[in-house]
Design a protein around this ligand. Structure first.
Ligand SMILES: [Zn+2]
Length: 328
């Protein structure tokens, strides 16, 4: 590619169940501009695609960069993706998204080469290339949010498995006698340690009459209890909230024990909404790893918070383009 073309920005989009992050980022990871918009997924597929295009158009106009000056568009989506064809095959958080040819639709509207990737995979790549995992060759990224997802980097490369679906870290079995997970299996990490699990446990304790500030923070309605509500109560020293988070963190730690024993990673990076709890979540998880994992791999692994936070997906989408496309 001509020297003048080096560094042409990528328009990166992270399409989640509740919000869309759109950003212009150079291939070297310089953030030029960024916009957040609500997904409003319940409106259906086409309105969401239109919203992506509207935000994208505004962003390139404001930056005075016509679509033709972009090297690519890269979209990270919360769902199962056929990355080769750029199709969103299914998404539990985006109602109606089944076999949607997102790559073709965006390319047709913009004339720019478009890539589609799973959001947790993208976030793993983002942290590896531009975040907490810079320079680390073997790492595991765990996104702990409404659900739990992740990505595996081995020898500096994303491990995607024989048919591209590797990295479903939220669906390793933790408790064979545990509750049923949305995936159909029993006792997955996700059903025990996700944001949804934390909210559900809080609602259970409230229904039992446990004394806690959680209900008050949720304005007296147990329906409004989220992991965020529980975290707020825990920060105020609420005993019930602290015990709920400690329980989720213990399960998370057990999941990490499996990851440490299997992969011997140098680093486990924890991101996602629950990841923002930081040490409140990581400290008990580290303790479980120290107690239960094989001593040698446990002694080398660093368990850390995400550096890029909400931007991990867009940065990772850029890393994916660079990896797939070659130097831009
Ligand atoms: Zn599951």
């Amino acid at each position: 590619m001509a020297e003048s073309a080096a560094g042409k920005p990528v328009l990166a989009v992270d399409l989640g169940g509740t919000k869309i992050v759109t950003a212009l980022i150079t291939p070297h990871g310089k953030l030029l501009s960024r916009e957040y918009s609500p997904t409003l997924a319940e409106e259906g597929v086409e309105p969401v695609i239109r919203r992506i295009l509207t935000t994208a158009t505004t962003l390139v106009k404001d930056a005075d960069l016509p679509y033709s000056s972009l090297s690519a568009i890269a979209i990270a989506v919360a769902g199962a993706i056929d990355s080769e064809k750029g199709i969103v095959t299914a998404s539990p958080n985006l109602p109606g998204w089944r076999d949607i040819p997102l790559k073709d639709e965006i390319q047709l509207s913009t004339g720019v080469t478009t890539f589609v990737i799973n959001d947790a995979t993208a976030a793993a790549l983002g942290e590896h290339r531009f975040g907490a995992g810079r320079g680390v060759d073997n790492l595991i990224y765990l996104t702990v949010s409404t659900g739990i997802g992740g990505g595996i980097i081995i020898a500096g490369k994303l491990y995607s498995g024989s048919s591209g679906s590797a990295g479903e870290l939220g669906h390793m079995t933790i408790d064979v006698n545990g509750p049923r997970c949305a995936c159909g299996n029993i006792g997955c990490l996700e059903v025990l340690a996700s944001g949804k699990a934390v909210a559900r446990e809080a609602q259970r304790l409230i229904a039992q009459g446990t004394k806690t500030a959680i209900l008050e923070i949720a304005e007296g309605d147990a329906q409004f209890v989220t992991a965020q509500t529980v975290a707020t109560a825990a920060n105020k020293g609420d005993a019930a909230a602290l015990s709920i988070i400690n329980k989720a963190a213990t399960y998370l730690g057990v999941g990490m024990v499996n990851l440490v024993n299997i992969f011997n990673p140098e680093m486990i990076i924890v991101g996602g909404g629950m990841g923002k709890m930081g040490e409140m979540l990581l400290k008990p998880a580290r303790k479980v790893v120290a107690e239960r994992a094989f001593q040698f791999p446990a002694s080398v692994v660093r368990i850390v918070s995400s550096e890029l936070g909400d931007n991990a997906g867009v940065f990772g989408a850029v890393a994916f383009v660079v990896d797939t496309h070659g130097p831009l």
